[in-house]
Structures are given as C-alpha cells and as structure tokens.
Design a protein around this ligand. Structure first.
Ligand SMILES: Cc1ncc(COP(=O)(O)O)c(C=O)c1O
Length: 395
C-alpha cells in the first residue's frame, strides 16, 4: 500500500520527537514539551462560545465582526489601514491560514526563505506545495540575523520570506534593525513576506512586537497570519486568520473555502468576544507569562543550565545543554522523561538547514512554560529530586 502514497506524504515521516511524545505519555511525564496551555481559558470567552452553541449557530459561517475588530486592532497596534471586508480570511488556526497562504502564492520550484531554527510546519507546507525551503541560519546565543548570509540566500527564484516573531523555538523578538533589513531585502528582491505572529501579545521586558507589515512599503507585500490560540489559551478551538492585500486575500479565501469551508461557527462567535477583551487582559497576559518565564529560567538554572538567552517573547525557553553534559538533545530528553518524569522537546527538530556548527543541532532543548503554577512547581520539584551532590541533574 505504501507505493500508493504520494511522494509529498512520504516525505513527512514521524520523528524522534513524536516517539518521545509517546514515551512521555506512557511515563505520565509532566508536559513541558508542547506549546499548549494547561490552564483554563478566560471565562468571558467560554460564555460566548456556550451562548453561540445554545443559539444553534451550527452551520457554515463567516463572522464579519471578527474582521471588523481585527481591522481596528491592526490600526491601533500597527498603524495599518486594512479593509475589513476584503483583506481578511478567517481560517482554522494560523496553521490553515499559513498553509492556504503558501498554496495561494508558491508554485513548483519557488524558493521560500526560512530562518533556522524554525517552527516545524513551515517547511512541510512549502514542500507539499512544491516549493523549495531555503534555510537562513540565525546565530546563537542571541539568534541574531546575519544580514550578509540572509542577502546571499536570495536567488531569482526566491518568492517569499517567512518571518515568525516572537519566535518559536528561541523566544527571540526580531529587532527593529533586523526587521528593516528584512523589509529592505523583500522590497529590493520584489519578494512577499509571510509572517506568523501567533505570539504577538506575549512579549517581555518592555519588548514591543512590531509587525513587519508596518514598515514602509511592506503592507503591500506582506501576508500576516495569526490566531486566537496563544493569546487566549484556545489552541483547540482552531480560529486564526490571514490578513493580506486584497488580491492575495481573495486567493487565500478561495483555497480556504475548498479545504475547510469555514472555521468552527460557535468559536468564531466567541472569537469576537475574545478580540474585544479589555486592554487589562493583554496586560496581565504579558505579566503572567513573564512570571512563568522567570520561574522556568530559575528552575533550569537551579539544576545546572546556564541560560545564555532569556526569551523576549513566546512561551518557550530554548536551553543549551551545559558543555559538560555529554549527551545529545534526544538522549537528554529521553532520560529527563524516564528519570525525572518531565517532558521537553529536543531541539534537533527545529533545525532544518546546513548549519556551520553541527553541534548546535543536538545541543538545545525546548521547554514550554505555558503551564499553570501547579504544573511548573511539580516540574521543578521533580527536577530537584534528581539533582546530585554537584547541584546538577544526575543523568
Ligand atoms: C510559531 C507557531 N505558529 C503557529 C502555531 C499554531 O497556531 P494555530 O494553533 O493557530 O494553528 C504554533 C503552535 O505551537 C506556533 O508555535
């Protein structure tokens, strides 16, 4: 039967990360692996979803109010004038918005630049569309953009640059200067920019999220994708959107309609309530996540990690294994699950390109801190339980 499978599907094999995820489940490990919250969603949003279900909003649906509200937020947050009637597509999460964007813009053989390490799904979507991912390495410890290397990655076939800021897995927020370099390159090379801004409201230490589209001459060539998932702790509700120049938005909509037709109706109604949350909601979201970030950094430092890059946003710490721990990221996570009962994600799955320093690929582990205090405290206790007399994890 395998020979009946498409080449594209055969290129997507199950990874060591998935196997470790099964191991974590079998061991009942505390989950600091996956980027979904384990605390409740805000009550006002849940009430709106329940009301929508009780009102029998059960059919295919487009809630224009979401687009109207997003247009207001684009203006308030980024100074962007967006046509609410024509420039948004409501999708099943950022994931569908991104996939539909790639299908709407990438032809066979088109090259798409990705910053490496990267969230895993970009590469797969590009390959499924027949495009060619081209990886541009970010340089540790601060995951800096090397503008020279970036510029050298462009060819006459480069169609788009994908930018995820705040960034999964590193927690980097791209600086204004880096964004300016990316914008200048996109304009000079006449490329599209596709942004993933799902962590737009989760930034720390006075860092401000800047949308690439807000830089001069960028709105006309940028497709913004984002979602409710992270901002409102609703990863399973599958509401996201693409915001793009009208012609591109219309192409994305045509693809979205053929793939899923509409995002879940009751949750679209609730999305409107979510997006209309008062400013205090967004303020406390940041403060609570900043406290969780600090907790996890302390927790890791207490067991021997030296965190050289404090996340500036997102819900992840991408921690380098201390030099004297002579294990790979996969071996480390396996032992962490089996001995400490705590699950994290080996960093290797986020690196896609040829990196100068091959050690990098196997020396990072990603810890998610989108977890309630009970979970984080339990994880810290479990790690402490296997600390040896050196004060470091006894692996
Ligand atoms: C960078 C990034 N983009 C997108 C997603 C998925 O977003 P959604 O749930 O809206 O599909 C995730 C989830 O972990 C993510 O980390």
């Amino acid at each position: 039967m395998e020979r009946k499978l498409s080449k594209a599907s055969r290129s997507l094999t199950s990874s060591a990360i998935q196997e470790l995820s099964h191991l974590a489940q079998r061991c009942g490990a505390i989950n600091l692996a996956e980027g979904f919250p384990d605390f409740p969603a805000p009550p006002h949003i849940k009430r709106a979803a329940v009301a929508a279900i009780n009102a029998d909003l059960n059919q295919y649906r487009h809630v224009q109010g979401i687009c109207d509200q997003l247009a207001v937020m684009m203006k308030q947050n980024h100074g962007l004038d967006v046509n609410a009637l024509t420039d948004f597509v409501i999708c099943c999460g950022q994931s569908e918005a991104f996939a539909a964007t790639i299908l709407a813009t990438i032809d066979q053989g088109d090259e798409v630049l990705l910053f490496d390490p990267a969230y895993e799904t970009y590469e797969s979507c590009i390959i499924l569309a027949g495009g060619i991912p081209v990886n541009v390495p970010l340089e540790p410890p601060h995951w800096t953009l090397n503008v020279d290397k970036f510029m050298k990655s462009f060819t006459s076939r480069t169609k788009a640059v994908v930018l995820n800021s705040p960034h999964n897995p590193t927690g980097k927020v791209f600086s204004k200067e880096e964004l300016e370099a990316i914008a200048a390159a996109c304009c000079q090379m006449d490329c599209l920019a596709i942004t993933d801004e799902v962590y737009e409201y989760i930034t720390f230490d006075l860092q401000k999220h800047i949308s690439l589209a807000s830089l001069p001459k960028m709105q006309e060539r940028t497709i913004i994708t984002s979602s409710l998932s992270k901002t409102f702790s609703l990863t399973g509700w599958r509401i996201g959107w693409a915001c793009a120049p009208t012609t591109v938005a219309s192409a994305i909509k045509n693809i979205h309609v053929r793939i899923t037709d509409s995002a879940p109706s009751p949750f679209q109604e609730a999305a409107l309530a979510a997006l209309q949350s008062p400013p205090g909601y967004f303020k406390s979201l940041k403060a609570e996540y900043e406290a969780r970030r600090d907790f996890v950094i302390q927790m890791l430092s207490d067991v021997g990690f030296q965190i050289s890059f404090k996340p500036q946003g997102s819900v992840f710490v991408f921690a380098e294994l201390p030099k004297n721990w002579l294990v790979s990221d996969i071996e480390f996570v396996k032992v962490l699950i089996e001995k400490a009962g705590v699950a994290a994600v080996p960093g290797c799955g986020f690196f896609h390109g040829d990196i100068d320093d091959q050690n990098l690929r196997t020396r990072y582990v990603r810890f998610a801190f989108c977890k309630g205090s009970d979970t984080l405290n339990a994880a810290a206790r479990k790690l402490q339980d296997i600390v040896g007399s050196t004060g470091h994890l006894q692996l």
